[in-house]
Write a protein that binds this ligand. Sequence first.
Ligand code: NDP
Length: 467
Amino acid sequence: MSDADIGLIGLGTMGAALALNIADNGFEVAVWNRTTARTQEFAKEAGPFLASQITPTETLKDLVAAIRAPRAIILMVPAGQPVDDQIAALAPLLSPGDLIIDAGNANFRDTNRRSAATGNIGFFGIGVSGGEEGARNGPSIMAGGDAAHWSRVETILTAIAADFQGSPCVAYLGPEGAGHFVKTVHNGIEYADMQMIAETYGLMRDGMEMTAPEIGNVFSGWNDGPLKSYLIEISATVARTQDAATNGPLLDVIVDAAGQKGTGRWTAIEAQHIAAPVPVIEAAVAARNLSARRDARAEMEALFGTGPVPLNGDITLDEMEQALTAGKILCYSQGFGMIAAASNEFGWDLSLPDVARVWREGCIIRSAMLDDMAAALSDDPKRALMAAPVFAEILAETHVALRKVVGAAVAHGIAVPALSSGLAYFDTMRTARGTANMIQGQRDYFGLHGFERLDDGSSGQHGPWAV
Ligand code: NDP
């Protein structure tokens, strides 16, 4: 008793894998789960070797007693009320100096609130990415809260994190909910990456009449090039998997309505709060919402005509690969821009190169490109990622294909909302003289909001607005 290095509450998919990872790295971990049967099952599954590192407990009191003081306890339960409930149940059992670490997908505003509210019990928030496999073998970890709390858990979190060429994919990013904020943006980017891949799948399926295994082979090929990433790799496997029941591709029998737990939506909402433009992510969130409206889509198809028309060789697979490359750079440029905006807004002093570094391995959006992004952001953290020489050069080449792909899709009635948002963002950003002068004229016309003049720089000007 009272020997464990750390405690963990919540032995679901992520918590169980994380506890085994901690034990595997030589730390002693005490665990507790709301449903005791699960704790017993977990202890059995851990096997005799790891069991010596794990203390299963059946009450919170026993859990607390099993951990060496000052204690650190990880919560791996669903975000929201369950976290507040667990804190409320634990707090009376803890002592000053003990630390609760929320490792779930919390809304960073909840983490801010909890950090401020737990009094002499510390509270720390970590975003953990990589799914079950990552949690078991090395996730990417985005930490936020008091630096003093970080130093208490740094050794364990560094040991269990993914490794990219000798560098652990974990970083203390900033105070309060900074870690959970960065995890939220990570998930927003994940939504966008997945949506853009799904759009190229749609172009191949509906525009080129390719079969799922053929599309899987294309993704496989792309995984040897600039798009090399976990999401492209798994998309290849998903597309190539056969269904035993129908003897056809499993993908063909999966309902086209995407689930979501809210982190992509939070990214879009927070982006609006801090006026950070992330249109590719917003398009991806909207696309998931639209995907759920299957009946409405069937009705509209009946009303407005047939679905997509074949592309008839208008675009090539190479152009599609380039379009996806351009879309990805534009999306990440927006995501890092949003993190920079939040850093300013909340006074967090976030290091963008560190964010890129912890995303290089372990997490769902890990990709070869993230290493170049980390280097580009280190070179000049204030410059937009899309303007870094290495990415500006790729964009200069690939935006032509992005335009061609989006143009062909539009002409043939195939929806590519994320790719086309990326293109619109690119065109907006490279147009020094935009069209908001018209909006300022309209605002002044109906609301006397005033405008600034280009010629003499004077502000608060009003038009006569008469012909
Ligand atoms: P699971 O549903 O697999 O497990 C949930 C765990 O939380 C179970 O141990 C469950 O206990 C416990 N739990 C549920 N409700 C309560 C409650 N009200 N009070 C106490 N314990 C409760 O979830 P995951 O492991 O997938 O997710 C856990 C957290 O990790 C979430 O915040 C999730 O968003 C985040 N996450 C998940 C990822 C994934 O790929 N699954 C990736 C990254 C983060 P019981 O056995 O009693 O039901």
